[in-house]
Write a protein that binds this ligand. Sequence first.
Ligand SMILES: Nc1ncnc2c1ncn2[C@@H]1O[C@H](COP(=O)(O)OP(=O)(O)OP(=O)(O)O)[C@@H](O)[C@H]1O
Length: 267
Amino acid sequence: MCIHSFPPFLTVALTGTPGTGKTQVSKLLEKDGYSVLHLTEFIAECNISVERDVERDCNIVDMDALEEAVLSFQNKIRGGFERKIKEHNFSDEAFLQFTRDPKNLPMLIIESHMAHCLCDLAVVLRSHPTVLKERLDARGYSERKVHENVMSEAIDVVLCDCYDYCRRVYEIDNSSLKLSETADCVKEIVHALYEDEFLKFRSYLSKNGENIPDLTGGGTEPPSGLTVVEEEGVVIYESDYDDAMDETHPVLIKYVPGKNDWSNLVD
Ligand SMILES: Nc1ncnc2c1ncn2[C@@H]1O[C@H](COP(=O)(O)OP(=O)(O)OP(=O)(O)O)[C@@H](O)[C@H]1O
C-alpha cells in the first residue's frame, strides 16, 4: 500500500558517487526555482544522529529518523503546492502547462549520494573514473578515500543501488558536459518524468472507474474507492496504485542529450 496524492507530488533523488556534481547541479536547479533538499545540511539541521566511521572517513546516519524527518518536510512542501493548485481552475492540459514553471512543479528533488534510499525515482550523475579522480584529488581527499570512490564509480555501485531501490532510474554521464549542461539534462528529465507520472495516474484512475479528481478551485475530490488520509493538513489518498503500476523490473534510462524520446514512457 502506498500513499499518493492527485495530482501527484513526486520525490526524486539526485544521486551519484561523491564528486559527480550533485551539489553544484542542484544549486543551479534551486536558483531556477526547483524545490531542492540538500540532505547533508538537512541531517545537521534536524540533529539526526550520526556516527563517525573514522577508518573510512565517513558518517553513518540513523536512516529511520532521517526517513521520518524527510517525510515530514516533504509533506510541508506538498501542502504548499496543494494550496497553490487550489487557487486555479485547471484543465489537465493547463495544469501540466503550469507545472513547466520550475516553481510550480510538484516535486521535491533530494540531493545526496544516499537520496535514492528515500525515493522511488532517481537521476544518477555519472562521471568517468579518471574525471572523478581529478575532482576528488583536487579536494585533498586521502588516497584511500579517492580510490574507494573512484572504484565505486567504476563498478556502478550507486547505479546498482538505485536499481534495487527505485522503479525508475535515469543516468546522466556528465564527463564531457559543462555544469550548466548537466543541469539542463536534469531539468528535461524531471519535467518529462512528472508529465508521465501524471498521465499514468490519470489513466489508472480512469481505467479503474474512479471519479476523476477535480483540479479546479473546488479542490481535489477523493477518487471513489481510495482512502482519504489527512497528514499535516495535506489531503492524500491511499490506493493500490503502486501495486497496479509497479514495473516488474525497474526502468533504466540512459540520457543522451537531444536523443531521448520521452513520449515512449507513457503507456
Ligand atoms: N558537467 C559537470 N557536472 C557536474 N559537476 C561538474 C561538471 N564539470 C565539472 N564539475 C565539477 O565537479 C565538482 C563536483 O562537486 P560537487 O560537490 O557538486 O559533487 P557532489 O556529487 O555533490 O559531491 P559530494 O557527494 O561529496 O557532495 C564541482 O567542482 C563541479 O564544478
